[in-house]
Design a protein around this ligand. Structure first.
Ligand code: ATP
Ligand code: MG
Length: 416
């Protein structure tokens, strides 16, 4: 006999009760985005491969080995989105949203796909909450975007986090930096195979290598902040100053780069305690050249992505458990079930959640069901009670019971 069909490796079912934690995170994120003037975009999961190849960069891990790319029935190369920024910028340009007088602020929530080695905190379908702001290079916007991220994490009571920050400069400073870095990389041996190739194609990517050995070798490498031009150095200093004034704790991390080529100037990451080696819960930065790379006008912008799967892991355990107040209606017999069904509808209309049994179980079985469902009150409706126009109301935690006339039941329960 053939076995049952399983989900694809690296892709998981997200099931209740854990879904409550996902809902809470998204609800808090939506509230915060709204407070900061962001609006939601819902974008396709599939895009033309070219969009990512052109923006993320050919020699990045994502484009070189992590994309789910295939030809559709007409032979067009399509890719399941590995990240959202390129696609948000694509949507902005395509829909001419960049026109107008002010900063454009968008967020998007949904799955991303990368063909990586599955492990704790690393999946092939994972989920991000993305924030993108376009239209100004002002360091105030960088600060505001970081405030927003810190705000979401704070409201979710994620406390043990470190905000790491760096500046990647502009293309001009990067020329100088890449030249210095290339000299440094060429003068040393022992790099992994990937990095030996990256030395020639895209030296910045070496800084992002996950190999312990390469990271050791990189210790004395030149640092971007020593190569920043005056404008970039000033921009960076101002961002740090604004964060400091607002009391946002950060650590400068001069080796921080991002895994995508389009980043310029401010780059940041949030690392969380308690996640082991996949400890980045969010990453982001500025991408002033991205719109132009995609054939659009000069449109400076920045954003971040929160890794929702990792955030769920570190959310305090008592979060996202959903509604606490629930009523159970234990009805005995057809007539009682009919009354119970109507009463339940009345309660729900008033905003009280409740359930009942439909299968004629014994009172004992229904009481244990009520217990397992976590009901705060159980209403017991039997023939005798019905005849008297009453029901028994039982407080589950104390076991206290009383007789309540049927018309009083809904008002009584609602008063709690
Ligand atoms: P990492 O260094 O962990 O590979 P990254 O730099 O590739 O992360 P980004 O592209 O910046 O990640 O994505 C932002 C966030 O999305 C990360 O900080 C992380 O929380 C999450 N993330 C990235 N890849 C995965 C994955 N394969 N599975 C789960 N979450 C992921
Ligand atoms: Mg990665």
């Amino acid at each position: 006999m053939a076995g049952t069909i399983k989900a694809i490796r690296g892709m998981k079912d997200i099931l209740p009760p854990e879904t409550g934690r996902w809902q809470l995170i998204e609800q808090v994120a939506r509230e915060v985005f709204d407070l900061y003037g962001y609006q939601e975009m819902r974008l396709p999961l599939l895009e033309r491969t070219e969009l990512f190849a052109r923006s993320i960069g050919a020699d990045t891990d994502i484009v070189a080995k992590e994309m789910y790319t295939f030809a559709d029935r007409h032979g067009e190369s399509l890719t399941l989105r590995p990240e959202a920024t390129a696609q948000v910028v694509r949507a902005v340009l395509e829909n001419r949203l960049e026109r107008g007088f002010w900063v454009k602020k968008y967020y998007t929530i949904g799955p991303m796909f990368r063909y990586e080695r599955p492990q704790k905190g690393r999946y092939r379908q994972f989920h991000q909450i993305n924030c993108e702001a376009l239209g100004t290079d002002a360091p105030e916007l960088d600060a505001e975007v970081i405030f927003l991220l810190v705000d979401i994490l704070g409201r979710l009571k994620i406390e043990q986090v470190r905000l790491l920050i760096n500046s990647l400069g502009c293309p001009e400073c990067q020329v100088d930096f890449k030249a210095r870095l290339s000299l440094f990389l060429a003068a040393k041996e022992g790099w992994c195979d990937d990095c030996r190739r990256r030395r020639d194609t895209n030296p910045l990517r070496v800084l992002d290598c996950k190999s312990q050995r390469c990271q050791e070798l990189l210790r004395p490498a030149p640092m971007m902040r020593d190569c920043l031009c005056e404008a970039c150095a000033g921009h960076y200093a101002r961002v740090l100053e604004l964060l400091g004034r607002a009391g946002v704790a950060f650590e400068e991390q001069p080796r921080l780069v991002r895994g995508l080529d389009y980043y310029t100037r401010t780059a940041f990451e949030v690392a969380a305690v308690g996640l082991g080696s996949q400890d980045a819960v969010a990453g982001g930065g500025r991408y002033n050249g991205l719109a132009r790379d995609l054939g659009g006008p000069d449109l400076p912008g920045l954003g971040f992505a929160i890794g929702e799967d990792r955030l769920v892991e570190i959310l305090p355990p008592d979060c996202g458990q959903g509604r606490q107040e629930k009523i159970f209606l234990a009805a005995l017999g057809t007539a009682a079930r009919e009354v119970a069904l109507a009463l339940l509808q009345e309660l729900r209309q008033q905003g009280l959640a409740g359930e009942m049994d439909f299968d004629d179980r014994s009172l004992k079985a229904q009481m244990s069901l009520a217990d397992r469902l976590g009901a705060t009150y159980t209403v017991i409706l039997g023939d005798q009670e019905l005849a008297q126009g009453q029901a028994t109301l039982r407080h589950m935690a104390t076991g206290e019971q009383e007789q309540v006339p049927l018309p009083d039941l809904a008002p009584r329960l609602l008063k709690r």
